[in-house]
Design a protein around this ligand. Structure first.
Ligand code: PLP
Length: 425
């Protein structure tokens, strides 16, 4: 029976039962972590061979000696593999060091310091700067814009992507809105895949700021949880056709394909944007780690090599997502009290609990040894106005621990909901 249909007596009885079960958890001495979307050691093992690549004597790539300075745009061998995966021309992709987050930080700081190719002045000299943030979203995106003093405007993320009526209205009327964070495929944390219609509207929409940018973070472009891979839209061509050739700055990396601390990141965009970016990075580095890039090129061979490798990840990760969903279902389904996403890819589940109970759920879980991302972290400034969303990351712990941790999360969510309901009857 739904929690909302229970009488005060029934609620009190349920609260007492759940409370005793919760109290007994303290004795189990749990120490489980569902906070961050990290690959598990088993996933990292899939790329162990990388540690011996490119190998002694293998240091020439198309005439480039990867051991030396230079090659700021990265190795063509590896760029063409990523270009195939993104469905773009190899000349439109550059390969950098290990973190796409660094590229994103650079993109915004370079715009602040120097302006973009379409800017009238450096963004820091603008009277006001604003940025659209589909929510729930990725906390580290929000950290970048917050650190740089850009005011963040939350925009609802619906089933097929951001609420485009709201986006179109805001960007067409407010020239201080300079950009937008987007994770178009298997969004963090909802798993949302933007619909073709949404992508086309983002490419076509009129913006009051001539230098408006979409940071198109394709972090999960090949991170499927099924046997299929998502279709990757060619956003640059769509935007160019609409007269906005420099709109999209697409990034991705091998962080969750090979090694999260020692992968390769990529930027794909118009030639003009890439030249602008490389012009600035050229002042702070005399070239990326091409040895690692060659190792990755040798490891994958080609784009199919990447896809085959991602299916091995799926075999490890998908059962954890299934176990997580099953545990939440067992605890919560019959009370019709919470909703959670069942993503077809990516690294997260978004659990929606009754308004005003997310912080309490996270606190209850923490007290009995299950760490969750703080409630609100998927919102700009860490503030979920409804205190409703909890991001769950099931990839890192072993399967059995995922089952236990999710069961605890379900119990805590139900207990918090029950207590909140008791206050209103
Ligand atoms: N973008 C999104 C949406 C992410 O979820 C993450 C990691 O969780 C990253 C970027 C980090 O990528 P990288 O390791 O390439 O910096």
């Amino acid at each position: 029976m739904a929690l909302s249909d229970l009488s005060a007596d029934e609620l009190a009885r349920l609260e007492s039962e759940l409370g005793s079960e919760y109290d007994s958890l303290a004795d189990r001495g749990l120490s489980l972590d569902l906070t961050r979307g990290k690959p598990s050691p088993e996933q990292l093992d899939l790329s162990e061979r990388l540690l011996s690549l490119p190998g002694e004597g293998d240091h020439l790539a198309g005439g480039t000696d990867v051991r030396n300075y230079g090659g700021g745009a990265g190795l063509p061998e590896l760029r063409s593999i990523m270009a195939d995966l993104l469905g773009v021309d190899a000349g439109r992709v550059i390969a950098q060091d290990n973190a796409s987050l660094s590229i994103m930080y650079d993109l915004v700081t370079f715009s602040m310091m120097f302006g973009t190719p379409d800017s009238e002045r450096a963004w820091k000299d603008e009277p006001k700067l604003r940025w659209l943030c589909p929510v729930p979203g990725y906390d580290r995106h929000f950290n970048i814009t917050e650190a740089l003093g850009i005011e963040m405007i939350p925009v609802a993320l619906d089933e097929g992507g951001p609420d485009m009526d709201q986006v179109e209205y805001l960007v067409s009327t407010d020239p201080s809105i300079k950009g937008m964070w987007c994770v178009p495929i298997y969004s963090n944390p909802t798993g949302t895949v933007y619909s073709d219609h949404t992508v086309s509207r983002l490419a076509r929409m009129a913006t009051a700021a001539p230098d408006f940018r979409v940071v198109w973070d394709n972090a999960y472009v090949v991170h499927t949880l099924t046997e299929d891979f998502p279709k990757v839209p060619d956003v640059d061509s769509l935007a160019a056709e609409a007269g906005h050739p420099n709109r999209f700055l697409q990034v991705c990396s091998t962080s969750k394909i090979t090694f999260a601390g020692a992968g390769v990141s990529f930027l794909s965009s118009s030639r003009e944007n890439l030249d602008w970016y490389l012009g600035h990075t050229g002042n702070r580095s005399i070239g990326p780690n091409k040895v690692n890039q060659l190792a990755h090129a040798r490891f994958f061979g080609d784009a199919d090599g990447v896809l085959g490798h991602m299916q091995k990840h799926r075999e490890i990760v998908a059962p954890k997502f299934e176990a997580a969903a099953a545990a939440l279902e067992r605890r919560l389904d019959r009370y019709d009290v919470a909703h959670w996403t069942r993503p077809e890819g990516g690294y997260f589940i978004d659990l929606e609990v009754p308004d005003g109970t997310a912080t309490e759920t996270v606190r209850l879980a923490k007290e009995v040894g299950v760490s969750l991302t703080p409630a609100g972290s998927a919102y700009p400034y860490g503030q979920d106005p409804d205190d409703r969303h909890i991001r769950l990351a099931p990839t890192l712990p072993p399967l059995r621990e995922v089952e236990t941790a999710m069961d605890v999360v379900g119990l805590c969510a139900l207990l918090a909901a029950c207590r909140a309901a008791l206050l209103t009857v």
